[in-house]
Write a protein that binds this ligand. Structure first.
Ligand code: FE2
Length: 282
């Protein structure tokens, strides 16, 4: 599926962009389904706000019990001083998580298939396991910043294996909060896991492992993509996205995938793989 040049670029830079990986019809199906879920009472009743701020890692039951469910999370800026939503419900959602690939037939179909299995194999995932899926809405006006982080913090394996599959469901640009990455930041002296998100019972915490600085503007690179593009990146690659202050949403869908040949840490917040996780992309 990948050329030798694409594989070499992935090894060197920590990411690879596969343009037009999904068709307009496939994109329309999952976008429509995402909006449908966002409007469904069972996915939003009791929903909490989602934040990536370090001091508030999201230890609420709505979050913890979403590991094997389909649940919505509100943007931090969704509510006004009166406690009411300031814009329409479906324009107030930060994300849907975290088992769409497992529990929702539309997302199941989008998340599996021989093309994705081939990409995973080419990226070195011998026995892929899909642990988590999310629709990230980044709604117009209030779509929140996601601070610099490494996805390997949330899916610790020995050795590191987590790989992110990031599907652009809409165009992502500088204006509406595209991803920024640190090219090559996954290897060498910069390729250090800085934090580790751990769960013990109903308690979660972000443990600092290294004081290595996050990238600054001199080395960060924006990745502007078109709807249908697939961006795959290494679990140690630092990445970030700015707030969306534009009038256009920036829907994306992500899968976090590890290699079952590596040891999955019992302290990771998602445990008990589903049968679908165990079968990988097939
Ligand atoms: Fe991430």
């Amino acid at each position: 599926m990948l050329t030798a040049d694409q594989i070499r670029r992935y090894c060197d830079h920590g990411y690879v962009l596969l343009p037009r990986f999904k068709s307009p019809a496939e994109l329309a199906a999952v976008r429509d389904r995402a909006w449908e879920i966002a409007r469904s009472p069972q996915a939003t009743a009791g929903a909490s706000r989602f934040t990536t701020r370090r001091e508030s890692p999201g230890a609420d039951p709505w979050f913890l019990d979403s590991a094997h469910a389909v649940r919505c999370f509100f943007e931090e800026e969704a509510f006004g001083p009166d406690g009411l939503l300031t814009q329409a419900l479906e324009l107030s959602i930060n994300k849907i998580g975290h088992a769409l690939h497992d529990l929702d037939p539309t997302f199941d179909a989008f998340s599996h298939g021989p093309e994705l299995a081939a990409v995973a194999r080419d990226l070195g995932l011998a026995r892929p396991q899909i642990w988590q899926s999310m629709v990230i809405f980044k709604p117009p006006g209030i779509g929140g910043e996601v601070g610099w982080h490494q996805d390997a913090s949330f899916f610790v394996t020995e050795p590191v294996s987590v790989t992110t599959f990031w599907f652009a469901l809409e165009d992502a640009t500088l204006a509406n909060g595209c991803l920024w990455v640190e090219p090559g930041g996954h290897v060498g002296a910069r390729g250090v896991l800085r934090e580790r998100f751990e769960r013990e019972g109903d308690v979660v915490r972000m443990q600092r492992l290294s004081d290595l600085a996050w990238p600054d503007a001199s080395i960060a690179l924006p990745i502007e993509v078109s709807a249908g593009d697939l961006l795959c990146f290494h679990g140690l690659l630092p990445h970030y996205s700015a707030p969306n202050r534009s009038t256009r949403s920036r829907l994306a869908y992500t899968l976090h995938v590890t290699d079952a040949n590596c040891t999955y840490a019992p302290s990771n917040w998602i445990q008990a793989p589903s049968a679908r996780a165990l079968r990988g992309f097939v």
